[in-house]
Design a binder for this molecule. Sequence first.
Ligand code: WTA
Length: 635
Amino acid sequence: MSNYHIKHLEEYFQVYRKSVRNPEAFWEEIAEEHFLWRKKWDNVLSWDFSKPEVKWFENAKLNITENCIDRHLTTRGEKTAILFEPNDPKEEAQHITYNELHKRVCKMANVLKENGVKKGDRVCIYLPMIPELAVSLLACARIGAIHSVVFAGFSSNALSTRINDSDCKIVITSDGSFRGKKSIDLKGIVDVALDDCPGVKTVLVAKRTNAEIEMKAGRDKWLQPLLDDAYGDCVPEIMDAEDPLFILYTSGSTGTPKGMVHTTGGYMVYTAYTFKNIFQYKENDVYWCTADIGWITGHSYIVYGPLANGATTVMFEGVPSYPDYGRFWEVIEKHKVTQFYTAPTAIRALAKENLDFVENHDLSSLKVLGSVGEPINEEAWHWYNNNIGKNNSPIVDTWWQTETGGIMISPIPYVTPTTPTYATLPFIGIQPALMDENGEELKGNQVEGRLCIKYPWPSIARTIWGNHERYRDTYFSAYKDKYFTGDGALRDGVGYYRITGRVDDVIIVSGHNLGTAPIEDSINEHPAVAESAIVGFPHDVKGNALYGYVILKEFGETRDRDNLRKEINQQITEHIGPIAKLDKIQFVTGLPKTRSGKIMRRILRKIASDDTSNLGDISTLLNPEIVQEIMDNSL
Ligand code: WTA
């Protein structure tokens, strides 16, 4: 028997050793015993990080939706697969059984086919957190189309960039979305985006808000009537283990967003296996991850990982503050949630509110709490542990990335003793390395460096869509034969890992990765702006907030500063989305630069964080005098 479910610490160490001593044999056993393959692989793994090329389960054939749906129908047909909790608590929750999910996915798959979608085609999905979103992902997977979900909080500009980058011919969206008290005109955003996307021929529109919207003749179709007419069964397309399953965009430190490509077989095995262990999932549990399916967390741990285990997964449409700050706790009580997985930014925001919001609810169903997306600070960890877990539900601080597909470093609850702010130990099969400035691996404990991974794991992204060179340069060129994560980490005396944060120009705001370059580009497009630089500074709810240093053109100098600040943020909202807005904007006459003209963000970061005691040597700057001016006027 394979070690599919790890139950105590010795077992973890034993299985971990087995998984790194012979990774191929280890993953072969897991894959063989717990999944449905139409044909087995010829070779478990071939890899070369210098190219880079990674192939898991070569020439194996499968369909991931057979694993996530069909194979459960005989034993779990009437079990709830997706439990949909709407934005408005007065609207009834929907319990979508595995049988029902099967039918809905097949119908959607048939609608896509009727609209000309074929294996390998890219489908853009721009939907709020309604059941159609999960159904759309699975419907694509059913017919071998590659889904590209764009988070429905992104602006039309960000949407069109992503649609064009992966050449999507079809978009699935809705008339609108609900977010707390607000309703948002999603279809209007799509319409603007599509002015720049000549390749899109079809838009399928789900009804959610019943808002009056424009339907463009010949292009836009209401989804529901098509679903009503579609046949409720659909033969799954047989896919190769290495066929792409989806593209998901993530911000880089420079340039356009990177379309990370995940393939089918390895992704399925790894997300399912991590889900089972890291949430200690048991048959009658009700698991809830509060992420949006627009992010990797939602892909792996709302949809694929849970469904591959036949789990009940909650999909929540709303926000933590509506109708009041007790909503999360109310939902946990209402559905008797057993595993709850959220982000530090949400915990920090809720910890600021009156504790009555928590104490009015019975949270005794909880067994495991999770955290993801950014480092969780000590205070938030304790608040979560004391008030939500009642010191009785282990917190799994899960470190991973869009690129890694699944959780990489995390405690296993009830197995690994936890320590606040530590992601603790590498998961089974994961071989981390900490590197020093000179590119040497730091051996032993009590070391701090840059976090790399030495050996492939099944769900590593295989490439960046349309730009393999960028994939190599970004992740495999900093350290020979290693995947570089972009994060810094330390390993303490007992070998526990603590993630210290990004070491590149990516800033994590409320758990969302933002690259500095696209924000600066957006600001620089303002007619009054000559140049700008963005840095992060600590924020007690968002983790980091953005601080912008802006140099104005001469005529801009006469403009009202507060109006300019509003315009700049408006522009960022239009180009990227409201998540990228700046908290502070300081107008400066220059930026500290090296002699080669590179902005010294390190100095700006320190000033923005009010930490100017040790700015380091600034005498080598091209313009050292600017530093004092910036400090004197700091906001
Ligand atoms: C950060 C989210 C500390 C990290 C799944 C990483 C974390 C980036 C943690 C990836 C954690 C994620 N502790 N930092 N538990 N989890 N991060 O691609 O900097 O949206 O590189 O994937 O988030 O963000 P992404």
